[in-house]
Design a protein around this ligand. Structure first.
Ligand code: HEC
Ligand code: HEC
Length: 316
């Protein structure tokens, strides 16, 4: 990604991008880059499952207190498989080395919550990236939509030179993308701005595991959005959360508690799990050491608002 021998200088042909619903990683600041082999493009004809060419490379840098700590890397190999690796930066930020395959449970890092940062094991990469329709999670029509959500949690402003959906198309990097998605860029179908931001948060942080296409998490819970069917996927989120019974007994209670209880965030299994960092309860199950206050606030607001909708619908 970097020009050899010139620290910090990005190679020609590598473009940066910033997804609108970023993954929460204990408050790390992130930068991301994409590179395609010259002359190749992404097959975007299935708008929810882009096919990246062999040779595609993506990097994501994690920084705390202004210092890069980790750069994660994925690459599509000649056999079509994806390779995952993460590199840890030296204290002076000049060089990065491959992290151990088993990861590091709590790397001492100034500026991270409690002074610790969790470096995922190689197998953990697959827990999040391996079951989604495409292992690339942040370079999608919804995540790079120019119609960005102003209330998104940890919304990162676009940086100079960042490409979005239109930018990718203009470079000739997308083939087969339905032109309607450029004329009217995708957005989440929601009843209110607060719902849009909460559902977007759940898509970005949970949807890669909780979706209908996969096999790793055999639960009815659906938190992923489709750009082909925004209304249908938003309805599926509501149907699988609002007043839907939980499959599990939590905190000594019985199974069957509502995943989302309208008006009652503290009685909703979804927000209890987001708030927890007990290994058997916490959601997401890996990748963070601390809950996300901003994400939780959005989800709470949505749950409270659902109650107001409920009341309106049921009052004479
Ligand atoms: C808890 C789930 C989770 C784990 C664990 C995880 N990732 Fe990711 N990763 C994501 C999500 C979600 C995105 C997209 C959103 C973003 O960039 O903020 C992403 C983005 C990336 C990107 C940018 C390309 C893309 O897919 O959008 C790279 C590269 C990456 N991850 C590599 C890795 C590697 C390597 C590991 C293991 C060492 C790993 N990730 C572990 C969830 C995870
Ligand atoms: C790495 C994959 C993964 C990610 C990411 C993930 N989950 Fe889960 N989730 C699971 C698995 C596996 C289970 C079932 C096992 C368990 O109970 O822990 C589960 C269970 C749940 C349940 C319980 C469902 C029930 O019937 O009681 C809820 C609620 C939930 N997740 C919400 C979330 C939320 C909210 C997020 C994002 C903030 C999230 N999950 C992110 C894998 C994941």
């Amino acid at each position: 990604m970097f020009e050899p021998g010139r620290a910090g200088q990005i190679r020609r042909g590598v473009v940066s991008y910033t997804p609108q619903y970023p993954l929460w990683t204990d408050g790390a600041t992130k930068r991301r880059w994409l590179w395609l082999p010259p002359g190749r493009s992404i097959d975007a004809s299935r708008p929810d499952a882009w096919v990246f060419p062999v040779g595609t490379r993506l990097w994501k840098e994690f920084a705390f207190a202004g210092r890069p700590v980790e750069t994660r890397f994925i690459e599509r190999c000649a056999d079509g498989q994806w390779r995952f690796a993460t590199y840890l930066w030296d204290a002076d930020g000049r060089d990065a080395r491959l992290a151990p395959e088993r990861g590091i449970g709590a790397l001492p890092v100034a500026g991270a919550p409690g002074g610790r940062h969790a470096v995922p094991a190689r197998g953990d990469c697959l827990a999040c990236h391996g079951d989604a329709p495409v292992p690339v999670l942040g370079v999608t029509a919804l995540q790079l939509s120019p119609d960005r959500d102003p209330l998104a949690a940890h919304a990162e402003p676009l940086r100079d030179g960042d490409v979005d959906l239109r930018g990718l198309a203009a470079r000739g990097w997308l083939r087969g993308l339905p032109p309607g998605l450029l004329r009217q860029p995708p957005r989440i179908a929601a009843d209110s701005p607060a719902e849009r931001a909460a559902v977007g948060y759940l898509h970005g942080n949970c949807g890669h595991c909780h979706h209908r296409a996969g096999t790793q998490v055999p639960l009815p819970l659906t938190l992923a959005q489709s750009v082909v069917d925004p209304k249908g996927s938003a309805a599926a989120v509501r149907a699988s959360t609002v007043d839907a019974p939980s499959r599990y007994a939590l905190q000594g209670g019985a199974a069957g508690a509502p995943i989302v209880a309208p008006g009652q965030p503290v009685a909703s299994v979804l927000s209890i799990r987001m708030q927890s960092r007990q290994p058997l309860v916490q959601m997401p199950p890996l990748g963070t050491l601390a809950p996300d206050p901003e994400g939780l606030a959005l989800v709470h607001r949505w749950i409270v608002q659902l109650n107001e909708h409920h009341r309106k619908e049921t009052s004479p």
